[in-house]
Design a protein around this ligand. Structure first.
Ligand code: FAD
Length: 298
């Protein structure tokens, strides 16, 4: 099992929610390990990120790992493209586990058609107003803040979108859990913004750079998905092998059957292939946001 640091405080139980796991890892100073030199602005460290995702996957649920993965690979790095006291405070609180941050890009329109999104932001000299709704957002029910991708102009041009940091307790923000409960442990839900008014310091990065920043950082989300995929498949294969070697069959166990071992070996090779791809492309994706490499990993 991948190791947590010796100074980790009491570990949350296996049933812990994503927010509880995030808080515990933050308190233990463990989250910064996902970044080169420990700083979000230096970009992710693929080895540190892989170790962290594998450690979370080994101990806690898939929703808990999803909650951490979105924050580590995308939400925090996108937030770090901004500056100023509001952004710095949120970065610090999130990275130390005091707060949870949601990345709210997917809108009421099809998620695969991002430039059709309808959430709007009106940018004035000293204030912004956000109106719209985001659906199926991880960490919605636990977030202290939402990093919202909104349009400041109509149309699909790539320069018409901007990131806004919206504190969850601002008047006009309404949060609902997603139906079904399958991802409740990841805080999955829908959030609406009804004329939410904030001062201009809540704009993250430059007005109009929302979509290019999203495109760069979604590449890292794909790398995180591949690293998590390797960890998850290796864990499941180890469990499967243990079960096969202990399940009686005839004079031996299921593991003594050649065709069972053959199928197991085929699965092992596929996981090793994914691992080799991740090893090959991780530095390019992490440091240069290489989009074709990220697409190959996805
Ligand atoms: C558990 C969970 C957590 C999530 N967390 C977040 C989060 O933290 N932040 C966030 O912003 N979003 C989040 N999402 C939303 C996610 O990004 C979207 O679900 C995803 O982008 C797909 O969008 P969609 O569900 O609207 O599917 P659609 O865009 O409606 O697509 C449905 C299917 O149709 C296919 N399709 C679409 N258009 C075409 C076409 N023109 N031709 C052929 N096929 C097509 C797609 O490939 C897909 O298979 C989450 C979703 C889930 C389920």
């Amino acid at each position: 099992m991948p190791e947590l640091p010796p100074h980790a405080p009491a570990e949350p139980p296996a049933s812990a929610t994503g927010a509880e796991v995030w808080a515990a890892l933050g308190r233990a100073g463990r989250l910064a390990r996902a970044y080169r030199g420990g700083g979000v602005r230096d970009g992710v460290d693929p080895d540190g990120l892989a170790d962290l995702l594998a450690a979370i996957d080994a101990r806690w649920s898939v929703p808990a790992t999803l909650s951490a993965s979105v924050q580590l690979a995308t939400a925090l790095p996108v937030l770090a493209t901004g500056g100023g006291a509001v952004v710095e405070r949120c970065l610090h609180r999130t990275l130390t586990g005091r707060a949870t941050l949601a990345l709210a890009a997917t809108d009421t329109t099809a998620g695969t058609d991002l430039t059709a999104l309808r959430t709007e932001v009106t940018v004035e000299e000293n204030a912004v107003t956000v109106t719209g709704r985001k659906e199926w957002i991880t960490n919605t029910t636990t977030a202290e803040s939402f990093l919202v991708l909104a349009r400041h102009r109509p149309g699909r041009h790539f320069a018409h979108f901007t990131w806004i940091l919206v504190p969850a307790d601002t008047p006009g923000v309404t949060v609902r859990p997603a139906p079904g409960g399958l991802y409740a442990g990841a805080g999955a839900g829908h959030v609406s913004f009804d004329g939410v008014r904030l001062d201009r310091s809540h704009v993250v990065g430059r007005v109009g750079l929302g979509l290019p920043v999203f495109a760069r950082h979604i590449a890292v989300e794909r790398l995180a998905g591949a690293l998590w995929g390797v960890a998850l498949c290796r864990r499941v294969l180890a469990d499967t092998r243990h079960r096969l070697t202990h399940r009686a069959h005839g004079e031996g166990t299921l593991w003594s059957l050649g065709h069972v071992r053959q199928r197991f070996a085929a699965c092992l090779v596929r996981v090793q292939e994914l691992r080799a791809l991740a090893d090959r492309w991780a530095p390019d994706v992490a440091q240069r946001h290489d989009l074709p490499a990220a697409a190959a990993l996805k």
